[in-house]
Design a protein around this ligand. Sequence first.
Ligand SMILES: NC(=O)c1ccc[n+]([C@@H]2O[C@H](COP(=O)([O-])OP(=O)(O)OC[C@H]3O[C@@H](n4cnc5c(N)ncnc54)[C@H](O)[C@@H]3O)[C@@H](O)[C@H]2O)c1
Length: 474
Amino acid sequence: MKKNILLALAVILAAGLQTQCVKSDKHSQGQEAKIIKTETPSRPAGQEHALLMTAPKLDTVRVGFIGLGMRGPSAVERFTHIEGVKILALCDIYQQQVDSCQNILRRAGWPEATGYAGSPEAWKQLCERSDIDLVYICTDWRSHAEMALYAMERGKHVAIEVPAAMNMKDIWALIDASERTRKHCMMLENCIYDFFELTTLNMAQQGVFGEILHAEGAYIHNLDEIWELYWNNWRLDYNEQHRGDVYPTHGIGPVCQALDIHRGDKMNYLVSVDTKAVNGPATVKRLQGRESSNFKNGDHTMTMIRSEKGKTILIQHNVMTPRPYSRMYQLTGTDGFANKYPIEGYALRPKQLTGEGKLIENFSAHDFLSEKAKEALMEKYKHPILKDIEEKAKKVGGHGGMDFIMDYRLIYCLRNGLPLDMDVYDMAEWCCLTELTAISLENNSAPVEIPDFTRGAWNQVQGYRHAFAEQTGK
Ligand SMILES: NC(=O)c1ccc[n+]([C@@H]2O[C@H](COP(=O)([O-])OP(=O)(O)OC[C@H]3O[C@@H](n4cnc5c(N)ncnc54)[C@H](O)[C@@H]3O)[C@@H](O)[C@H]2O)c1
């Protein structure tokens, strides 16, 4: 009897969900596809979108850092190599983390910053200071949005480690805060600045691959050796409690840039599948000696996305099984192909190569270009950002230099009053997979709508471009 009532309730709930969520998909060729929709809050009156948003130039960018665990101190160190920066405040719950970053400043010959520690709320005092322009957040995932909102409300730009937000409620709150306060809200997605991705983006923008139809990205990184190092076990706990792609931004960020998402195209919907959780609960058992009977995150999660302009994206997440590190990064175009993992390479129709023709003998798009030809191509299409700072970035480092390029660009754009390389809608599009993939999985891989986070302006800017002071005359 109880079973029957439960069954009836489930049917009613499912029917309710579908009527609430049904939307016809023009690509379904006559069949009514059911798409689950989440709520898009309407934009408050008087508030405008933040596309290409600029803020007044800052001669010196005064920075405060929150979260000085594994990631934060390397950011502090990188900032000591950037011109036009002052590090005024350092915050962590633990004094020893603050002290070790003071040592970084000392070693670099920089003055000591004001330290905030001793309480999980100390970061608020940092945000309340009137002499800080940028709050740089490197704490665990759950605390990012609250800190960023508090900082923006107090007149600060924010840069937030990945993923900046873990659910739709926080994503929309960050969008509203950035649109209302006109403060930048940038996610610190470093992988868009890796050398291969930057150069390939430049090639894509110049049509080397023809029209890009399909792209792939991933976060495949076995964390066996790392789980125990996170403060308070936050990362394994989060995976234990959440299904879906909880770390999508390294995979999706670079491909969204290549596909001009919210600059002429938009992602319409996703579907996800995952494996059962095997190594997740085994890791809990190994590290904590307890059974995890309801470990939510599958060992491998895959998500497929279709865009308004008929492009497809495949994103994967796997932090559990023994595999070589991979962010995949593939672009499939009508005339060419780029691939980063496990080997970097390009395959192109011969007609796509003009000046480089003599470098390439007997080549066809069936194979990758030779190493020599690839190098020549990468030199020709080196991204303008790299021309100035490639050498310094390699010297300063941070995942081979991409972290430094990210910080450098953030400060460069703030100092020149330019739109940042990543806006609040990039943050939203790349982070929304965390919750939307879970919704798809909990509904037998049903399609889930990816909202237009610009609320109607996704087609106003044509093509993704980095901003440079010289071009704008600012
Ligand atoms: N982009 C990348 O390549 C990359 C690499 C590593 C980590 N990350 C991201 O960086 C962030 C931090 O990761 P991590 O590896 O440094 O984690 P971690 O656990 O080593 O460090 C987190 C730190 O935040 C501090 N903290 C937590 N709550 C706080 C609060 N209320 N006030 C002040 N400090 C607080 C903790 O004390 C700890 O020192 C995560 O979002 C992670 O995903 C990004």
